[in-house]
Design a protein around this ligand. Structure first.
Ligand code: NAD
Length: 397
């Protein structure tokens, strides 16, 4: 009889997400965080910065590390979805290697949006089987989503995030003052992910968004209400992530808005940003929920009015029922053969469904196309011209 061993072990995970404002002010020590309670173990750092952010803040970042007498190397990377690839990961790894970063005590600092942080996270994970890293998000989507979870990824052969790992950072440091230079579109993009949390689990957050969302957009998150809204969203997101960090449970509330979205993001022309694709997905999901009497039409209107107020799209010309159904089938495969389609029940709660049909999707798209004719302008003539039944249905609500 041959021998057989079974190895079972556990990997404790502990990382910190904390707010700190005016991070590049030399008086602020937050960026020197090394996970220890004692003072800095090692005064060496590799800092990887999105090149646009480097143009905005590079001088202050250099001054910061010089002031603290840190031996550092700053790598400014020009990144986008197009070069979110292993080649760029290797570029970071080359820097880590050249700087001879220690395995434990010299956390790499990633300063940028979700793309930059995903690349650096993967590089930190692969280099010497994992060195610590810190995420400093500079986009709203980064603050409420990409910086605070455990995932890293790059695109591969036209597939989004096809190569990736679970590798939590040592810390994510959230400084909303960095968001003031974002474009309106990037702010709306991030608000979509906050709306997601509100719709599936936090009715009060939705009310706060209704009241202050437009001001968040116009002030680039510098209005006093932005911080509590962002805080609440981060809290809601972390609660869900913490209980299912490795995504063993495939029914995830945070997947709301992420059923059609991967296909929309990939195929939409003109292009949709991630949050915009999530918004279109959520608009369709809300209509599907209405069709199943899970939400009232007043609730549908509240959601759509809010989305309009922060300039999020409800539909895109690419949204034919055929494409959306194919997207659902692709996501079903990714969710191990069951749709696990989250639909809101009222505002602030959700349930999973496995039986969404092509006909339901078609009806939902027609309904939104009636409400948003401009967004649907290029939607298939069949969808628009034969929408009379729904026209009556919607206008009678
Ligand atoms: P992004 O990283 O592409 O940044 C958007 C744009 O904003 C870029 O052009 C960037 O140069 C610019 N920018 C960044 N900070 C700025 C600032 N302060 N002022 C002005 N411009 C600034 O996009 P994103 O929306 O931050 O991230 C999207 C990416 O995040 C996607 O690739 C997605 O897959 C990933 N993501 C990852 C996770 C995760 O859990 N790891 C979660 C959500 C999203």
């Amino acid at each position: 009889m041959s021998a057989k061993w079974s190895v079972k072990t556990q990997l404790p995970v502990h990382y910190t997400v904390f707010e700190s404002f005016d991070l590049f002010n030399p008086e602020n020590n937050a960026l020197l965080f090394d996970g220890q309670n004692s003072s800095l173990q090692s005064l060496r750092r590799v800092v990887v910065v999105d090149d646009y952010v480097e143009r905005l803040h590079g001088e202050r970042i250099h001054q910061y590390f010089q002031y603290h007498e840190i031996e550092y190397r700053l790598l400014s990377l020009s990144v986008s979805e197009d070069n979110k690839s292993m080649d760029t990961v290797f570029q970071v790894v080359e820097e880590l290697n050249a700087f001879e970063v220690s395995r434990r005590s010299e956390p790499v600092i990633a300063i940028g949006g979700g793309v930059l942080m995903d690349i650096v996270g993967l590089a930190a994970n692969l280099f010497r089987r994992g060195i610590p890293y810190i995420r400093v998000p500079t986009t709203l989507l980064g603050v409420v989503d990409a910086a605070i979870g455990a995932k890293t990824a790059v695109n591969f052969q036209g597939h989004k995030n096809r190569i990736g790992t679970f590798y939590p950072p040592l810390a994510a440091i959230l400084d909303t003052t960095l968001l003031q230079t974002l474009s309106d579109r990037q702010i709306s993009n991030g608000i979509a992910e906050i709306l997601k949390i509100a719709l599936v689990k936090d009715a009060e957050l939705f009310e706060l968004l209704e009241k202050h969302g437009a001001a968040m957009l116009s002030s680039k998150c510098q209005n006093p209400e932005a911080v509590p809204i962002i805080r609440r969203s981060v809290q809601g997101m972390l609660e869900d992530l913490e209980s299912n960090l490795w995504e063993e449970k495939l029914e995830r509330l945070v997947d709301y808005g992420h059923t059609f979205c991967p296909t929309l993001e990939l195929k939409a022309v003109p292009k949709l940003l991630h949050g915009e694709a999530v918004a279109v997905d959520m608009a369709i999901s809300v209509m599907l929920a209405y069709q199943r009497s899970l939400v009232t039409y007043q609730e549908v209107e509240r959601v759509y009015n809010f989305m309009r107020s922060v300039r999020l799209p409800l539909l895109h010309p690419i949204c034919t029922p055929e494409l959306l159904y194919a997207a659902l089938q692709s996501t079903t495969k990714h969710r191990n053969g069951l749709q696990r389609f989250p639909l809101t029940v009222g505002i602030g709660a959700a349930q999973f469904f496995h039986d969404i049909t092509y006909e339901e999707i078609k009806t939902a798209v027609k309904a939104i196309a009636q409400l948003e004719p401009d967004a649907a302008r290029q939607t298939s003539p069949d969808t628009l011209l034969n929408g009379g039944d729904l026209c009556t249905q919607v206008s009678s609500l």
